[in-house]
Design a protein around this ligand. Sequence first.
Ligand SMILES: O=C(O)C1CCN(c2ccc(-c3cc(CO)ccc3Cl)cn2)CC1
Length: 322
Amino acid sequence: ERFDITHSAVAIPERSVSNDELATIMDTSDEWIYSRTGIHRRHVVTDENTSDLAIEVAQKLLASSGLKANDLDFIIVATMSPDSLSPNTASIVQGAIGANNAFAYDISAACSGMAFAISTASALLATRYQQGLVIGAEVLSKLVDWQDRSTAVLFGDGAAGVLMRRTDKGQGLLGEDLVSLGDKGAFLTAGTLANTNAFTNAEAVADPFFKMDGREVYNFASREVPISMQRALKRAELSADEIDVYIMHQANSRIIKAIAKRFEQPIEKFPMNMVEYGNTSAASIGILLHELRTSGQVQSGQKIALVGFGGGLTIGTLIIQL
Ligand SMILES: O=C(O)C1CCN(c2ccc(-c3cc(CO)ccc3Cl)cn2)CC1
């Protein structure tokens, strides 16, 4: 498919929470968290919801590109922490910015959400649409059990997005590999709703907060993510050496170091910023991409890999020609 990514933007909540501050409300330490995850702090909303972060990203993308809201054909929001099931968060964004010609829907694939959404938008742009916004937005702090130190220290809030436009100048998707391993889904759950209809015999159990089997998810990631990346590289007919930058889901620095080693690539090709944001699920790839575009480490003409992995369990690997 042919599309370009010419603009990106982020929305990061003002309030940052350091590991040391967390240590004052739960039994943990900066040393434990940083040594095992690479995280020193995360940002947490005070009174914004997921749609507020997504709206901020959308407004910034319109401002920087000079596009009008009515120029947009679609808005996709990748999120596992929507404001509500209805209205979907993308539609809230559509209404707020007045994108009167855009259809809008959410994609729920946890930490692979942004990769799945860019793949979906790429397919839309290969048919009859011209341009749209793809936004990863999360308020994971509403899904965290702040008494569960094994998950509360990992997650953060934030949003990021890109403007994607059809082009015939050769940029776009060179290869992709999208995976679901639903039989391992129970290893990472959040937001389970209860069925309380008058006819059910089942025990109506809501389970709103994150639950993660860290070892199982960690092992799944270190084993399956490289396989997905290999498949995407093969389809793109590229070697790992030919990828300029690997933009990995920022869940855990040890995982990323292990994957860089597996591909015998210099760690400089695997930039990381979880130190500042923690794990922001569908927002993590977009926040990193924006920071790298802003710093110039990522620029047009390069070949990049975007790799999301997590809840589902899912993996999304995209090889993109910028
Ligand atoms: O070392 C330790 O004791 C613990 C071991 C467990 N850890 C984990 C395990 C899994 C994840 C993780 C989460 C998601 C969800 O977005 C996706 C992808 C991954 Cl790899 C993050 N941290 C933290 C340090």
